[in-house]
Design a protein around this ligand. Structure first.
Ligand SMILES: Cc1cc2nc3c(=O)[nH]c(=O)nc-3n(C[C@H](O)[C@H](O)[C@H](O)COP(=O)(O)OP(=O)(O)OC[C@H]3O[C@@H](n4cnc5c(N)ncnc54)[C@H](O)[C@@H]3O)c2cc1C
Length: 473
């Protein structure tokens, strides 16, 4: 395919939520502003959506990958309004979250996990931490701040402020359950920039969290959200908006070359190369690095680590005598003798995702350092999860069905120094390949809303640079 003198072509590599969003906003900018721009979306598998995968089965809405989002920046609100599907978005039902520590389950005060800044301070009033642990945690009010501009592991950061017990019983289960990561390697600066800033601004996290949470609630952030018919609704609606001929499926990008006329050539595993004017790469970082391997420019950027996990959805006939009937979610500390890391009671969390007579639990297994469990057979995984649910809430019956989804090397680990490595990589790409943008879950946030924000920003920046176009808002 030739690039004509006036028309420009932008290729988006990767058809997950980041790439779909980028392709959508490129197309929208082109149509709304009558720009001579063609967009091509390139995806190595035959389906779009990447990690977002909904299975709709006999009235059950089962999420194999992500199941909900908290739309802090309202990026999804904006996107769904462009797509005309605002009415498809649903809020979670009211319910209780529990954390299992040792052999006890403790309720977490509501709202703890909704802000970007978890209300760790309000957990201190619950029974999760012993009296001596509480005294140590209260030390946060007096302790000086340290290390003005240095990144450090999440575990060290919270141990320094609150002590060991808070980290073991609160921070580790909540964060490891969400990010499947090792808190002694994950970066506080990249994973929780707001908390990292809190210490700088307020010194005491307890004091700073209280102030910030008031601010977040004032801004109306109050729930997890998803789509009535599953998260894949977003993928399907984005796909509908893109002309079918602008999507290349089942083709893997192997490398990108720059040509003398400032254009780029993309090489694939199974079709002839194509020429374009700019590229947005939304694949995982290691895959992106490979595309420039022959230039040797990114040799100094270390490969990123990704955690291997599995989600296990397990359905039962409803049992009247189950414990914790008010529960929507459970988190399990490493010291709890339970293999699953988190669990959502799907029909307690959302309306209409499960037929009336059944219960559906969505659990995670596997985390950094404890990944072998993911390699077990489906039936062994089912046995393990079933045994855990029996211990935790007293399930007695046999499962109706189980859906195991393995996600190998899939959860990006923003380890200490991530920001610096990212800056370095972006600077090299900007210098050597100014027509290339990097976006997606390996870079500035792994949540679905973070990916939407990055996809939109990459699209708008490229259009601005290529057409001197300015966004209206
Ligand atoms: C099990 C699980 C649960 C999660 N739960 C939540 C949650 O509840 N809430 C939340 O907000 N987030 C959650 N996340 C995180 C979130 O789902 C992901 O970070 C996000 O969907 C990633 O989107 P992406 O487009 O950046 O990457 P991906 O979805 O990984 O898409 C990248 C795409 O690039 C393609 N690709 C790769 N290499 C090439 C190549 N060489 N050529 C062409 N194409 C290529 C891949 O096939 C893939 O489709 C979860 C993630 C997982 C795995």
């Amino acid at each position: 395919m030739r690039v004509t003198l006036n028309r420009k072509k932008i290729a988006v590599i990767g058809g997950g939520i980041t790439g779909l969003t980028a392709a959508f906003y490129l197309q929208k900018c082109a149509t709304d502003n009558n720009l001579p721009l063609d967009v091509v979306l390139i995806e190595s598998s035959l389906r779009l959506g990447g990690k977002i995968q909904t299975l709709r089965k006999d009235g059950f809405i089962i999420e194999r990958g992500p199941e909900s989002f908290i739309d802090h920046e309202e990026s999804i609100k904006e996107l769904t309004s462009h797509l005309g599907i605002q009415d498809e978005v649903i809020d979670n039902k009211e319910g209780q979250t529990y954390v299992a520590v040792g052999s006890h389950l403790y309720p977490i005060p509501s709202g703890v996990l909704l802000g970007r800044i978890p209300l760790v301070s309000s957990l201190l009033t619950s029974g999760i931490v012993s009296l001596s642990g509480k005294f140590r945690a209260a030390g946060d009010l007096l302790l000086p701040k340290t290390r003005e501009d240095e990144d450090e592991p999440i575990g060290d950061f919270f141990r320094r402020r609150f002590g060991k017990e808070v980290v073991e019983n609160i921070v580790e289960p909540l964060l490891a359950g969400t990010f499947a990561g090792d808190i002694d390697h994950l970066s506080i600066q990249s994973m929780f920039p707001e908390i990292y800033e809190l210490e700088k601004q307020h010194r005491s996290l307890i004091f700073g969290m209280k102030k910030s949470q008031q601010f977040l609630f004032k801004n109306g952030i109050k729930s997890h959200q998803t789509f009535r018919n599953g998260l894949e609704t977003l993928v399907e609606k984005l796909e509908e908006q893109l002309p079918a001929k602008s999507i290349l499926r089942g083709v893997k990008v192997e490398s990108i070359d720059k040509l003398d006329d400032d254009t780029l050539r993309i090489y694939f595993n199974n079709i002839a190369p194509i020429k374009c004017n700019a590229v947005i790469v939304t694949t995982p970082l290691n895959e992106a690095k490979n595309m420039f391997h022959h230039y040797g420019i990114l040799n100094d950027i270390p490969n990123m680590n990704y955690a291997t996990i599995a989600t296990v959805s397990i359905a039962y006939e409803k049992e009247a005598k189950l414990s914790y009937q008010d529960a929507t979610n459970f988190y399990f500390a490493r010291n709890s003798d339970i293999s699953i890391t988190t669990c959502t009671w799907r029909n307690h969390m959302w309306d209409d995702v499960v037929p009336e007579q059944y219960d559906l639990f969505r659990t995670y297994i596997g985390r950094v350092g404890d990944e072998a469990i993911v390699e077990l057979s489906d039936s062994d995984i089912e046995k393990t999860v079933h045994r855990d649910l029996e211990k935790a809430i007293g399930i007695k019956q046999k499962p109706l069905f189980t859906v195991v989804s393995r996600w190998k090397q899939s959860m990006p680990q923003y380890t200490v120094g991530h920001e610096k490595r990212l800056d370095k990589m972006r600077n090299i790409i900007r210098e050597e390949f100014p027509q290339v943008k990097l976006a997606g879950s390996s870079y500035e946030g792994i949540s679905v809303p973070d990916c939407v924000t990055q996809g939109k920003r990459a699209a708008q920046e490229l259009v601005q640079e290529m057409f001197q176009w300015q966004p209206s808002s």
